[in-house]
Design a protein around this ligand. Structure first.
Ligand code: DGJ
Length: 757
């Protein structure tokens, strides 16, 4: 994989090359990351030239008078030697001394991806589908070592990075910051794409030109959070979904992160990603190692969509594990938006009966089944069933649901404790609080101190009991507040607390997922507050957002799709008006958007008309037929069409574009709207396709059932021109061919390859 010739390291994946070298002073100079280069290309010419002195520049040393670190590209940077950009490594090794100078000592290559003893989530390889280069650096004076790990996941076109710091000095040192990855680009003509929002509007796409200075995208909530995703991309300004250069980055971590994108005075770009240094301060004792969270990066020369597909491939092959890795996920009924806390066994069984009739496969009792949990002010921590609601206990309700032919699942929120709980009565010191201060609360609850072994043990044993008693097939693991009042009463210093918490959480999840390998685990943090690759190492899928509004979902799911595959995204059809936005929408359109991923329902089925129930039945039948495609197909964000109305168009396709389903979603109806085109750039141009629209029963636009559209078209037309669709309603007459879509309405087109030309 890497060639040691002249100490140039070259890493190749299927379509990309990454290269760096040891320069004349022993530092690691970054040379290249991009489209795959010819096998015997020489990299010598790629070194950035420094033939003239820089006015006001700091040269590395008197002997290296023409070497200015401030405008070179490095694999890993420190401060104090003339590089004034944000350093990847910042260590206080002696009462404020922070100048370190790491130079190459040795390297080795190994097959596969080593699992490091970091207590953190990490990707994995199978057999030898990956290889790893480890380069060791040492400070010029002190025995402080850095080991840089580069794992190439060949088929995914992904390289993962990890940094290990080793303190072989005779005293402790303090890590102020240590990035998981650094890339210095030689120029800064880039757009930055980040995925931002807040609770119930996660991961909205935010694209802007990289500007002078530093852009920091980070979390200080203690979790990845709803506000920003640790996923981000750097694209050329002319990059589109299908063409152009795009780099995407993601962290295998669920705690506070920071991504720094810094345009330098010399017009270069430094990109750093790792733990948020603002809430981190790590004392590393003599002989200890510190291993950062793994960072993942990919490059595409074929636009943004290909970068997403690379990350999807990586997630499905090297992050998600266990029996659910490639297994189709069941269609869920979840009680939350249907009944909230207001239920007993009778109501649950009625809902389950209706769910079964519509074809649903998994019945999940959400919040409210335990202790006195009749509202969100109490009982977190008391993980025993409420026998007033379920007289025959968890075993009883579970077996009744199972007997109906449904799988059974439960909601839990194990990381939390309510003040009004028996657990708090017994262990008031288990909550994360500062004793002399009145603690702040989120959703009336406090967080358990997972840095403590006895608390982790309690969670593992109480959850194991619940999962066993309930014979659960599925678990929804929720987490509904950010951190405040950070302090650990027993174990660690405060600067170490949040990272230790995440290690504690991973430890618990590791134990439980291994003890219950058959169970399908779904992560949630008030929706998509912990949508990251770290969680996905344990949780097979994630509740994408608490917002189930159809319009909001097009933005949330589209943003999420930049980094995460559809089988990780859970989407539920809920009631109208929507409970988060009060928007009224058509149930068919809600389904059309929700089926791009793992489908579920949260509606009061018992109070629903038979007609409505039949609509759902048809939807489920359709989804089941196409489930493999919706969950494991390749996802495309189609280019914007040139019609007048604002639309979202997505496609999901099998490997050879034999079967494709397209969503055509309209944000807003406009009068007299002009033409809409359906174009599939990746269609097989040597084939013929048949296209038909899914027939929908409209419930908000009572004019008629949806029109039928059928086309037979050659793949080259579909790929290059697209087909004009039937006219939309334009304020005059309406016949059986007219597309009456309405605000937030949509259609699905089923596209099948029938033969070759
Ligand atoms: C937040 C979750 O995201 C919701 O789906 C629901 O489970 C509630 N918590 C229950 O408290």
């Amino acid at each position: 994989m890497a060639s040691n010739e002249n100490l140039v390291f070259r890493l190749d994946s299927c379509n990309t090359t990454y290269a760096f070298k040891v320069n004349s002073t022993g530092h690691l100079e970054h040379l290249y990351y991009g489209k795959k280069l010819n096998e015997n290309t020489s990299f010598d010419v790629l070194s950035l030239k420094q033939t003239n002195p820089i006015g006001y520049g700091i040269s590395y040393s008197e002997n290296n008078n023409n070497l200015f670190f401030d405008n070179l590209s490095f694999e890993i940077s420190t401060s104090g030697k003339g590089d004034f950009r944000t350093p990847a490594v910042d260590i206080d090794y002696n009462s404020g001394l922070r100048t370190l100078d790491f130079v190459y000592t040795e390297h080795k290559e190994i097959s596969g991806k080593p699992q490091l003893d970091s207590g953190l989530a990490q990707s994995y390889s199978v057999d030898s589908d990956a290889s790893t280069l480890i380069v060791e650096l040492k400070d010029k004076i002190l025995p402080i070592y850095i080991h840089l790990y580069y794992t190439v996941f060949y088929k995914s076109d992904v390289i993962s990075r990890c940094t290990v710091l080793e303190n072989r000095t005779k005293s402790s040192i303090t890590i102020k910051s240590l990035a998981s990855m650094q890339i210095d680009f030689a120029d800064s003509d880039w757009n930055l794409v980040s995925f931002d929002g807040a609770w119930a509007r996660e991961r909205n796409i935010n694209r802007r030109k990289v500007q002078e200075g530093k852009t920091v995208i980070s979390s200080n909530l203690g979790i990845t959070g709803h506000n920003h995703s640790s996923l981000f991309s750097i694209e050329r300004p002319d990059c589109t979904e299908q063409n152009g250069e795009c780099y995407s980055f993601s962290l295998v971590y669920s705690g506070n992160f920071e991504n720094i994108i810094e345009k330098t005075p010399y017009g270069m770009l430094r990109v750093l990603s790792g733990i948020n240094h603002e809430t981190f301060d790590w004392k590393l004792e003599e002989g200890e190692l510190f291993i950062v969270p793994e960072a993942v990066m990919t490059y595409s020369s074929e636009g943004t969509n290909k970068a997403s597909l690379n990350l999807h491939h990586f997630t499905n092959n090297h992050i998600i594990r266990g029996i659910w890795k490639r297994k189709e996920r069941p269609i869920t009924f979840n009680t939350w938006e249907a009944v909230h806390f207001d239920y007993d066994e009778k109501r649950i069984l009625e809902l389950a009966k209706n769910a079964k009739n519509t074809g649903i496969e998994l019945f999940v009792i959400d919040d409210g089944w335990f202790a006195n949990r009749d509202n969100d002010r109490q009982s977190l921590g008391d993980w025993f069933v409420n026998t007033k609601k379920f007289p025959s206990g968890l075993a009883g309700i579970s077996s009744k649901i199972h007997r109906m032919g449904l799988s059974f699942g439960l909601w839990v929120e194990p990381e939390m404790i309510s003040r009004r709980s028996m657990l708090f009565g017994e262990h008031p010191d288990w909550a994360v609080v500062i004793p002399e201060r009145e603690p702040s609360v989120g959703r009336n609850q406090m967080i358990l101190d997972l840095t403590r072994q006895e608390i982790r043990d309690y969670i593992v044993s109480s959850m194991s009991r619940v999962f066993t008693e309930g014979s659960v097939d599925y678990v929804k693991w929720d987490m509904n507040r950010a951190f405040s009042d950070i302090a650990s009463l027993k174990t660690v210093t405060n600067g170490m607390f949040l990272h230790r918490y995440i290690q504690g959480l991973y430890d618990i999840m590791d134990k439980l997922t291994k003890a219950f390998p058959e169970v399908l685990f779904e992560g949630s943090a008030a929706g998509g507050g912990r949508f990251d690759l770290g969680m996905l190492c344990y949780m097979n899928q994630i509740w994408t957002s608490d917002n189930t509004d159809v319009l909001a979902r097009t933005a949330i799911q589209e943003g999420t799709s930049y980094g995460f595959s559809l089988n990780t995204m859970i989407n539920h059809v809920t009631t109208s008006p929507n409970l988060q936005t009060l928007r009224i929408s058509d149930i068919e359109s809600r389904f059309n958007v929700a089926c791009f991923g793992v489908l579920g329902y949260q509606l009061d089925l018992s109070s629903m008309s038979l007609t409505r129930q039949n609509i759902i039945k048809n939807q489920i039948e359709f989804y089941k037929k196409n489930r493999a495609l919706f969950q494991f197909g390749s996802f495309y964000r189609l280019p914007k069409t040139h019609g007048l109305s604002d639309r979202t168009q997505w496609a999901i396709s099998d490997q050879d574009a034999n079967n494709i389903i397209v969503l055509d979603f309209q944000r807003e109806t406009i009068a007299n709207p002009g033409h809409e085109i359906l174009r599939i750039p990746f269609a097989d141009s040597s084939a013929v396709y048949e296209i038909s629209s899914r027939i929908q029963s409209s419930d908000t636009l009572s004019i008629k059932e949806t029109e039928t559209e059928q086309y037979r078209v050659s793949g080259d037309i579909l790929a290059n021109a697209g087909i004009p669709l039937n006219s939309s309603f334009s304020g005059t007459e309406c016949n059986e061919g007219t597309r009456v879509i309405g605000d937030f309405g949509s259609r699905l087109y089923i596209i099948k390859k029938v033969n070759k030309n």
